[in-house]
Design a protein around this ligand. Structure first.
Ligand code: AHR
Length: 659
């Protein structure tokens, strides 16, 4: 066998080969194994850490419909301002009345503080809109300003305009504003600046015109783009704990999130407070991002939608057993599930298919998966789940149902729920594990012994954190990469995996680590983001066996020097893709034997992508967003069936070998 002549790119050539033992690996190129599902690497979205309102949802106005329990939360009012509750939108009935300010030097109006400020960028266009009427007839001139509160009071406006409200009937008015400066913590001011007729205002809104794909009720472009750039195969939404709710009233009810945005009721957000007792009094869900928007996003980023519905149980962390809904209250929850499938897939002649069509999407969303229950546990969960199954399966036999193994990665509840999910013939089981580095290091073989005949695995929420280090440091991402070799090797039963949580606002987070961080103007991906992206972009089509001299996969086991590896074939390009994580402190030499190729065949070059940091505690940040990013190089290999390389300490590498 010809020993390859290896031409390393400049960066790689500088790395000296270590004196450590060589790990011999055999890649069995002709033993094409299980398909890697297109859904394998996806994303999980929850409105936590100001992920929706104040995050992905591009709306800049907090409490735009005056529906928070304290109706003026987020607003500062001046002059003659009255709250009313018989507005035009049944499910959001509050509005404000601005009275005649009296004379030219008295104003009536209000200012909104936005989410950690109303942020705008110089020269960009913003669409202000408001529903308004002049209740006593005539006209009234409404003044609208974007203001910089740090400027002298009479020079605060950085953009302004006027709207003439000219009807006794409620109407939507819009105005485009173009600020003359970039501002992270601005405000929106709406007011009557001189004697005018009384005017009523409802649903005061401000969006950038330039949203993701230009949707009016749209998403922040930089954040949605980062999701698209992950090329996710599946999109799980809308949570998480918010599906369950703190109590029955605050559970997530998808029917409240569809139809005109003005008529979507505001809901409490369970992430008002955190497990470490921090309190966020102004965290509510406007439902401006609702199920229609989530389905649309799934479609636009090419991911299978996977909604999770309430199973008729409220958060079990926060409620005792006797507070849970009883079995005779379960029917409406089942109906919600059936109606949701109709909303997603029914044609325009169906009740819920028509709602979708009226919102602008006559074609079905082609829903294939549905999760029922988030992190439930104890016998009450299978009890509540069971009555959903027959009606859904009967009406929609092709829908795959996702059950849960509870909040723990192992242990009593996990061991109880998996057989229960098998008994109930769940198609997939959603496992969650937010665990420390030591756990991730020990889980390389987690799925090797799973029952191949039961439900498939959905690793639906996971993230690694260090002991006392709950941030997105490089080592956590490296261990996630190492762990994911085990997902990939077991692609016959692991069909989906989604890191969590997805988003975090730096000024308002409740949970970390998180995949993408942002402030009001900028966003920056973590190392974990890049790990997810590397897997997703290099998922290949079929698993290939990659074994050491003892015919074992590299799973960080004894004698394996902290190495984890997996391999796939990309049948579309003919490439072999090998992923290796060296989690140890020493560089490791690898010798890969490409077994099973035809005599005249050999490897002719590779694309190598490296994610590495000399400092395992380092992380990407607002100040240094690209500190740790994948680096790609091409290496030449000449018709080789054996190839030796070195994996530096604390490094994740993805090789795409070309024949
Ligand atoms: O991702 C944060 C929370 O973790 C989710 O809401 C919940 O499912 C889990 O406990």
């Amino acid at each position: 066998m010809k020993v390859p002549q290896l031409i390393l790119a400049a960066a790689a050539a500088a790395v000296s080969l270590s004196a450590g033992a060589v790990t011999d690996l055999t890649l069995q190129t002709n033993k094409v194994g299980a398909p890697v599902q297109p859904t394998m690497y996806g994303i999980f979205f929850e409105d936590i850490n100001y992920g929706a309102d104040g995050g992905l949802y591009a709306e800049k106005i907090k409490n735009r419909s005056f529906e928070f329990p304290q109706a003026f939360m987020g607003w500062y009012t001046f002059g003659d301002v009255e709250l009313k509750d018989d507005g035009p939108f049944e499910r959001a009935p509050h509005y404000v009345r601005l009275g005649n300010p009296g004379h030219a030097h008295k104003w009536s109006g209000l200012e909104n503080e936005g989410f950690f400020g109303v942020s705008v960028e110089k020269g960009e266009k913003y669409r202000f809109s408001v529903w308004a009427r002049v209740p006593d007839g005539g006209t009234s001139k409404l003044r609208v300003e974007l203001i910089n509160p740090s400027h002298r009071e009479n020079h605060q406006a950085i953009a302004k305009g006027e709207i003439t409200v000219n009807s006794k009937e409620w109407k939507k008015y819009t105005l485009e504003l173009t600020p003359e400066e970039t501002l992270k913590e601005g405000k929106l001011r709406v007011f009557l600046g001189k004697p005018e007729n009384t005017v009523d205002l409802e649903h005061v809104s401000l969006f950038p015109v330039d949203t993701w794909n230009g949707h009016e009720n749209g998403m922040r472009k930089d954040l949605a783009q980062k999701l698209a750039d992950l090329h996710p195969g599946v999109f799980r939404f809308p949570g998480g704990c918010i599906v369950e709710g703190t109590d029955l009233d605050s559970r997530y009810q998808w029917k409240n999130t569809v139809g005109p945005v003005e008529n979507r009721p505001t809901n409490e957000n369970r992430w008002h407070y955190t497990f470490d007792y921090r309190f966020f009094p102004d965290y509510y869900q406007s439902y401006g991002l609702g199920f229609y928007e989530y389905f649309l996003l799934s479609e636009e980023i090419g991911a299978e939608p996977l909604p999770i519905l309430n199973v008729g149980l409220i958060c079990q962390f926060q409620n005792d057993l006797d507070a849970q809904p009883s079995m005779d209250q379960i029917q409406p929850f089942i109906q919600d599930a059936l109606d949701l499938i109709e909303f997603a897939n029914g044609d325009e002649t169906t009740t819920w298919g028509k709602v979708r069509a009226d919102m602008g999407h006559p074609a079905p969303f082609n829903l294939k998966y549905l999760g029922i229950g988030n992190e439930q546990w104890d016998s009450i969960y299978p009890q509540h789940l069971e009555p959903f199954l027959a009606p859904i399966r009967q009406a929609y036999p092709d829908i795959k149902l996702v059950g849960s193994s509870g909040p723990d990665s192992e242990g009593e509840q996990f061991d109880f729920l998996w057989p229960e999910m098998t008994r109930l013939k769940a198609d997939l089981v959603d496992e969650h594990f937010y665990r420390p580095e030591s756990w991730f290091l020990a889980q390389g073989k987690r799925y090797d012994g799973y029952n191949r005949k039961g439900p498939k695995v959905f690793a639906g929420e996971y993230a690694c954190h260090g002991k006392g280090k709950k941030w997105n440091h490089f080592n956590a991402a490296l261990l996630e990469a190492a762990f994911m070799t085990g997902l990939e090797r077991n692609a016959d039963i692991v069909h989906m995996a989604t890191y969590a949580p997805l988003f975090a606002h730096i000024d308002g987070w409740q949970w970390q680590p998180d995949m993408i961080w942002y402030d009001n103007l900028e966003s920056w991906p973590t190392c974990s983001y890049y790990v997810q992206q590397l897997y997703s972009d290099n998922k290949g089509t079929n698993v290939l066996p990659l074994l050491d001299a003892n015919k074992q996969p590299l799973t960080g086991g004894e004698g394996q020097n902290g190495l984890f590896a997996s391999a796939v074939l990309d049948a579309n390009t003919g490439e072999y893709i090998v992923k290796v994580a060296n989690t140890g402190d020493q560089a490791q030499e690898l010798n890969i034997n490409f077994a099973g190729m035809k005599k005249k065949e050999g490897i002719n070059g590779a694309t190598v992508i490296t994610l590495h940091s000399d400092n395992p505690d380092a992380e990407n940040s607002r100040e240094n967003p690209s500190l740790i990013v994948p680096k790609q190089e091409q290496i030449a290999i000449e018709n080789a069936q054996n190839w030796t390389t070195e994996i530096p300490a604390k490094t994740f590498k993805v090789y795409r070998f070309h024949k």
